[in-house]
Design a protein around this ligand. Sequence first.
Ligand SMILES: [Mn+2]
Length: 268
Amino acid sequence: MSFNNLTTYKTIVISDIHLGSSGSKAKEVNDFLKSNSCDKLILNGDIIDGWQLKKGGVWKKKHTGFFRAVLKMMDKYDTEVIYLRGNHDDFLDQIIPFKIGKQFSIRRDYMLNSFGKKYLVIHGDIFDSITSQMKWLAYLGDIGYTFLLWLNKWYNQYREWRGKPYFSLSQTIKQKVKLAVNFISDFEEKLSELALAKEAHGIICGHIHKPEIKDIGNIKYMNSGDWVESMSALVETHQGEWKLVYHEPNQKIEFELDSILAPKVISK
Ligand SMILES: [Mn+2]
């Protein structure tokens, strides 16, 4: 049903899907992949949530469905797939670098060359251990974030019942806590410095679940966001233009699943 509006890109970057955790929007990301094609697909870390799986997270059919959708893209459009490890899928460290033919590789980082520009692609957790602020977010990221999402879901079901619009609790908390704001700007600056040190024109990362495209000094800072809340992807058109796209859930499916799923993100 989504094949008639297939969109093609040169590059698609997605990150932070957290497959294996209850907050993962696996069905939505699968729908997104099925309605897009690209020459290069970069899975920029935290695709599989190994931490949650270790703690009793459940691997579902739709989680396997994600890899099926990726394989289909490789098959159908000859898409090259680059899977970069994140902190939640750091179990991959043991097999890195890994390569199957020319079409699939697992790596720590990647230098993307496109239209004469160099972009350093990396998940972004590399500075986590340096400051205590980052430790705080790493902690929030694992236990606190799961709790916030759980709370967010029930709070919004209550709001929906009361006829009130969707309210993103975790986004609001993240945006209001000053520590988090400091953390985000620290993160963005540190990663831009890293790109500069590697003589790249831009940085492409994920990790903090905050989709963004902006200039920091001479560096183009681009964050693909996540598939827990934002449902965002970073795409490069065949003309070399970078943009963020947000997945619009299918209204009909939405309605059918309404009773078991939390209301969808309408914010941003
Ligand atoms: Mn991460």
